[in-house]
Design a binder for this molecule. Structure first.
Ligand SMILES: NC(=O)c1ccc[n+]([C@@H]2O[C@H](COP(=O)([O-])OP(=O)(O)OC[C@H]3O[C@@H](n4cnc5c(N)ncnc54)[C@H](O)[C@@H]3O)[C@@H](O)[C@H]2O)c1
Length: 251
């Protein structure tokens, strides 16, 4: 049984990932801003879930989460750095509070959670960061969100280089469009968003939180025992198809 720490575990991708680790018999430290939703998650396996309502950008948050893992389960084997925010504006329309919001939550807090987790981890442990396809390419309007997700890919490479010698692997998953509370409204009601994200994904469906949970659990497992510094794209082919589903305009 491993001990897994997941941020943003109350809903969406974090929740599906938490449920998949629990189904495999692992113990979980689940953190999120929503205490109510965390209680729902705890009811799935009360003996194997410890919860912590916290804002990941608060300075004490990473140490508090890691301490809870050590006090409750005696070890920390996996960190899934998942909590994050979206809905960016183009950089020329972003004010300082937009910039701070993305950098504080999507970058600074992620780095600080990795640092705290690594201090408690030993050989065989693994970190999985949640990046995004927008971390790989320029995309009109993706703003500081895209910058923050490119930073997660860089963080993953850097930590893999620094901590590989200690037997600790660090990888990332870059989701494409996944239906979660973060995206559901735009998927259902924003025609321009659907054209950009849904109509241009070759595989003919929208991604699910379970698609990402499967990739995270694989990267955290011994099946990925020689994979480190990698960002696994899980997007139904959106990134490689370069925004096209049909053959019009093909060379
Ligand atoms: N849904 C997608 O299409 C998609 C695509 C690419 C990347 N991602 C990334 O996946 C991750 C999860 O996204 P999701 O779609 O499940 O989002 P979501 O909004 O459905 O869930 C995010 C969870 O994180 C929590 N959270 C947010 N800010 C927090 C904070 N400051 N402190 C503590 N908890 C906080 C929220 O309460 C929520 O439970 C994010 O990093 C997001 O950028 C999502």
């Amino acid at each position: 049984m491993k001990t897994v720490l997941i941020t943003g575990a109350a809903q969406g991708i974090g929740r599906a990932t938490a449920e998949r680790f629990l189904a495999s018999g692992h113990a979980l430290v689940a953190t999120d801003m929503s205490a109510k939703l965390l209680e729902e998650l705890k009811s799935v396996a009360p003996d194997r879930v410890a919860t912590l309502a916290q804002d990941i950008k608060a300075d004490p948050a990473p140490d508090a989460a890691v301490d809870l893992a050590l006090k409750t389960f005696g070890r920390l084997d996996v960190l899934v750095n998942n909590a994050g925010v979206g809905e960016p504006r183009p950089i020329h329309e972003s004010d300082d509070s937009d910039i701070d919001r993305f950098l504080d939550i999507n970058v600074r807090a992620q780095i600080r959670f990795c640092r705290a987790a690594l201090a408690a981890m030993t050989s065989g442990a693994a970190i999985v960061n949640i990046a995004s396809i927008f971390g790989f390419r320029g995309s009109a309007g993706a703003g500081v969100y895209a910058v923050s997700k490119a930073a997660m890919i860089g963080l993953t490479r850097q930590l893999a280089a620094d901590h590989g010698p200690a037997g600790i692997r660090v990888n990332a998953v870059a989701p494409g469009l996944i239906r979660t509370p973060l995206t559901a409204d735009r998927i259902d009601n924003d025609a321009a968003f659907r054209r950009q994200m849904v109509d241009t994904t070759p595989f003919p469906r929208i991604g699910t939180p379970q698609d990402i949970a499967a990739a995270v659990c694989f990267l955290a497992s011994e099946d990925a025992g020689f994979i480190s510094g990698h960002t696994l794209v899980v997007d139904g082919g959106w990134l490689v198809a370069n925004g096209r589903r049909d053959a019009s305009g093909a060379p």
